[in-house]
Write a protein that binds this ligand. Structure first.
Ligand code: ATP
Ligand code: PRP
Length: 208
C-alpha cells in the first residue's frame, strides 16, 4: 500500500487531475466527507487528508510514503530529510514582501508579520535589514493596517488580497509551486511502486 499525504483545498483540487492520470481517483470527496483516510480506485494507493503545513511531518516520519506540499511549506519546515523528486507545477504563486501602498521604503529596524518565520528571518538577514518577526497563522494582510507590523511576508497570486487591503507587493522572495516529496525509507522499501508512480506523474507533466 502506498499512502499519499495531501492537504484539502487548492493543492487537493490541483492534484486531482494529476492523480487521475495515474489511475488514482479518491472514492470519497473530502469536501463532503469527514474521512481523513480516503480509499482510491487503485487498491494499492490511499490518500491521507491533512493540513498543508503538516505534510512534511507525515512524510518525514513515514506516516505517509509520499506527499504533495508547497515549496514555501517545505523550506519553512526544513525538508532535508525528504526526497523532493518532482516539481508538480501546481498551486503556483510568489512569496513576497508587501507593505501599505503609502508606506515609505523599508529600512532601519522593522517589524514583519508572517507565518514564514524562518524564511523571513533569513531573507532580511541576507539583506542586512534588522527585522523583528511576528509569527501569525493567517490574515497577515491585516497586520500593517492595524500597526502590528511595517510589512508582511506572504504568498501572492492574483494580488487581489493585497489590493483589497490597500497593500502593495514589494520584493519577490521566491517563486512557489507544489512538489512531490517522498519518505527516504519508503523510497528504498517500496522502490518499484514509487518509481512507477513517479514515471506516471512525469509523463503527465511533460504532456501539459
Ligand atoms: P494550513 O491549512 O496548513 O494553514 P494553508 O491554509 O496555507 O495551510 P492553502 O491555502 O491550501 O493552505 O495553501 C496550500 C499551499 O498552496 C501553500 O503552501 C502554497 O504553496 C499554495 N498557495 C497558497 N496560496 C496560494 C494562492 N493564493 N495561489 C496559489 N497557490 C497558493
Ligand atoms: C493565500 C495567501 C494570500 C492569498 C493570496 O491565502 O495567504 O492571502 O492567498 O492570493 P491572491 O494574491 O490571489 O489574492 P488563502 O486564500 O490560502 O487564505 P488563508 O491564508 O486564509 O488560508
Amino acid at each position: 500500500m502506498l499512502t499519499i499525504a495531501v492537504s484539502k483545498g487548492r493543492i487537493y483540487e490541483d492534484a486531482l487531475p494529476l492523480l487521475a492520470e495515474a489511475g488514482i481517483i479518491p472514492v470519497d470527496d473530502p469536501k463532503t466527507c469527514r474521512k481523513l483516510i480516503l480509499s482510491t480506485t487503485r487498491k494499492d494507493v490511499q490518500l491521507v487528508i491533512i493540513r498543508a503545513t503538516d505534510v512534511p511531518t507525515f512524510v518525514e516520519y513515514g506516516a505517509a510514503d509520499l506527499g504533495i506540499a508547497g515549496k514555501d511549506v517545505l523550506i519553512e519546515h526544513g525538508a532535508e530529510s525528504l526526497y523532493e523528486p518532482l516539481d508538480l507545477n501546481i498551486a503556483c504563486c510568489r512569496l513576497m514582501t508587501a507593505a501599505h501602498k503609502d508606506a515609505p521604503e523599508l529600512k532601519g529596524r522593522i517589524r514583519v508579520a508572517t507565518k514564514y518565520v524562518k524564511i523571513a528571518q533569513s531573507y532580511f538577514a541576507s539583506k542586512g535589514i534588522q527585522a523583528e518577526i511576528i509569527k501569525l497563522y493567517g490574515s497577515m494582510e491585516l497586520a500593517p493596517l492595524v500597526g502590528l507590523a511595517d510589512c508582511i511576508v506572504d504568498l501572492v497570486d492574483t494580488g487581489n488580497t493585497l489590493k483589497a487591503n490597500d497593500l502593495e507587493p514589494r520584493e519577490l522572495i521566491m517563486n512557489i509551486s507544489s512538489r512531490l516529496v517522498v519518505n527516504k525509507a519508503a523510497m528504498k522499501m517500496k522502490h518499484e511502486a514509487i518509481s512507477i508512480l513517479l514515471t506516471q506523474f512525469e509523463k503527465t507533466l511533460a504532456n501539459r
